[in-house]
Write a protein that binds this ligand. Structure first.
Ligand SMILES: Cc1ncc(COP(=O)(O)O)c(C=O)c1O
Length: 477
């Protein structure tokens, strides 16, 4: 076996090994009934860990290609070739097909690591730690649920009670006027982005995005064949004059902005720039998609003005979700926009999933309309501010002035530049060995050697330990 997996190919090594063996089985090199090399031997030949080979053999077993005999080894299934005309599909060519672009391999690695059960401090995934979730509040609500009412298909725009509760919430907390007929419930802001891009835009359309941007939006733009024009994000947001210049050259079809406590930089677009962006939007008829999962997390409880609340002409499509203020696992997000485009997207969503699951919508409706919601948000803001202060104190302690960061006033991310020998990718590799993960800037479309440290997921004690491990990783470069 001369072949070796390519560690930087973007495909998990165990998958490459499974694919290679599958090809050898199909081509007859490993006939049915023959024994595959032992896990230990193959691991040594391919220069990988034994656990990687075990995962590859598990994959082949799940596909019905091999049998595992406890204590003896792994052999090619004898049931494969009873009929000489049978052929296995070439799964590899299917894997390369389809129109979804792959997520960045580092993001896929991060998700595997944080779900591996290993001792890893998670500064990479943008969600809330258990102490910030309204657990008892949700348990209480669940006990009052009349299940029989929530077992059927829902309205394709989403449960009406939830849409009404969101309208009231938008008015009270974000000064946005809305109507339930102009709302579509989605599976998080992620699906909202996906629906907007897939239902309203065409391949080749030019769109403006922020540099850096939310990582999981990037493959959606690329899968849809859009031309993306990233605008650098400064401490007061992007430069609106650049939008004009780009529009004159490329006819911009849509502008995607995350104006409040932006992911990943934590910045707010200044009021002056907001007004300018809105003026450009109305003057040239370019819709703005305001992606706003974070405005409610302002640590001091000050209200943050959304673009949508300033939008007098109806050019802003507003999306948000409960992921960063209640729980990401509920998968409740929404789109607020002109009725015609909301109907278009509701129609698309029906083709995708036949409407949003009822249970989480019911829970979300109760949470948003409960009197306890306000107390929960106050506690959340306080908790997030404590975590931000903790991570900053730890960076100052362990990096002794060599960490440069923007101090956010809300949100869950710290955008940070460390004075290190080497790239942020080398730091990432070393950090994984030390038991801590973060998001390298390149995964967010940035080339400025920054890293994103998300401080909302780790519990308070883990934060200092995570930064200690990161400093240890940096010192080993
Ligand atoms: C700016 C931004 N948009 C959208 C999302 C998607 O979040 P969800 O689908 O959980 O609402 C995220 C998640 O981190 C985000 O930061």
């Amino acid at each position: 076996m001369e072949w070796k997996p390519a560690k930087s190919s973007g495909i998990a090594v165990y998958k490459q090994i499974a694919n290679d063996i599958e090809h050898r089985i199909i081509s007859g090199e490993f006939p049915s009934g023959s024994w595959l090399p032992s896990e230990r031997l193959l691991a040594a030949r391919l220069n990988v860990n034994r656990s990687t080979v075990i995962s590859a053999y598990d994959e082949l077993h799940a596909a019905g290609l091999v049998k595992r005999v406890k204590g003896t080894g792994t052999l090619v299934s004898t049931e494969l070739w009873n009929d000489a005309d049978k052929r296995l599909p070439d799964w590899e060519s299917y894997v390369k097909g389809g129109f979804f672009q792959l997520n960045n391999p580092i993001n896929r690695q991060i998700y595997q690591l944080v779900h591996s059960g290993d001792d890893i401090v998670n500064f990479a995934v943008g969600e809330l730690s258990p102490d910030l979730l309204p657990v008892s509040f949700m348990q209480h609500i669940q006990h009052t649920m009349e299940i029989s009412q929530y077992l059927g298909y829902e309205h394709i725009q989403g449960n009406l009670k939830l849409r009404d509760a969101i309208c009231a919430h938008l008015k009270a907390y974000r000064s946005i006027d809305s109507a339930s007929s102009s709302l579509l419930i989605t599976s998080g802001a992620q699906q909202a982005l996906h629906l907007i891009i897939q239902s309203l835009l065409n391949p080749g359309d030019a769109v403006i995005i922020e540099d850096p941007s939310y990582a999981f939006s990037l493959p959606i733009f690329h899968s849809a064949g859009l031309r993306t024009f990233p605008l650098p994000t400064f401490e007061d947001g992007i430069d609106p004059d650049e939008i004009l210049a780009l529009h004159k050259k490329h006819r911009i079809k849509m502008i995607f902005l995350n104006p409040n406590f932006q992911n990943p930089t934590g910045t707010l677009i200044s009021m002056e720039k907001r007004r300018k962006v809105l003026d450009i939007s109305t003057k040239y008829g370019i819709p703005i998609v305001e992606d706003d999962p974070y405005s409610l997390t302002e640590y001091e409880g000050r209200s943050v003005q959304t673009l949508k609340s300033m939008d007098k002409d109806g050019t802003v499509i507003y999306i948000s979700s409960l992921s960063k203020i209640i729980a990401s696992g509920l998968r409740i997000g929404w789109i607020l926009g002109p009725r015609s485009i909301v109907n278009r997207m509701a129609d698309a969503k029906q083709q995708i999933d036949y409407g949003h699951p009822n249970y989480p919508q019911w829970i979300a409706a109760q949470l948003l309309s409960s009197e306890q919601f306000d107390a929960h948000i106050r506690k959340l803001r306080h908790g997030l501010r404590n975590k931000r202060d903790r991570i900053i104190r730890s960076l100052d302690k362990y990096f002794k002035g060599s960490a440069d960061y923007f101090v956010p006033e809300g949100g869950i991310h710290l955008w940070c530049k460390l004075a290190i020998e080497g790239t942020e990718h080398q730091l990432f590799k070393e950090a994984v060995k030390q038991g801590v993960v973060f998001a390298p800037g390149t995964t967010l479309g940035s080339s400025t050697c920054h890293i994103r440290l998300t401080f909302s997921r780790a519990d308070d004690n883990e934060i200092e330990e995570g930064i200690r491990r990161l400093a240890e990783a940096a010192s080993r470069l």
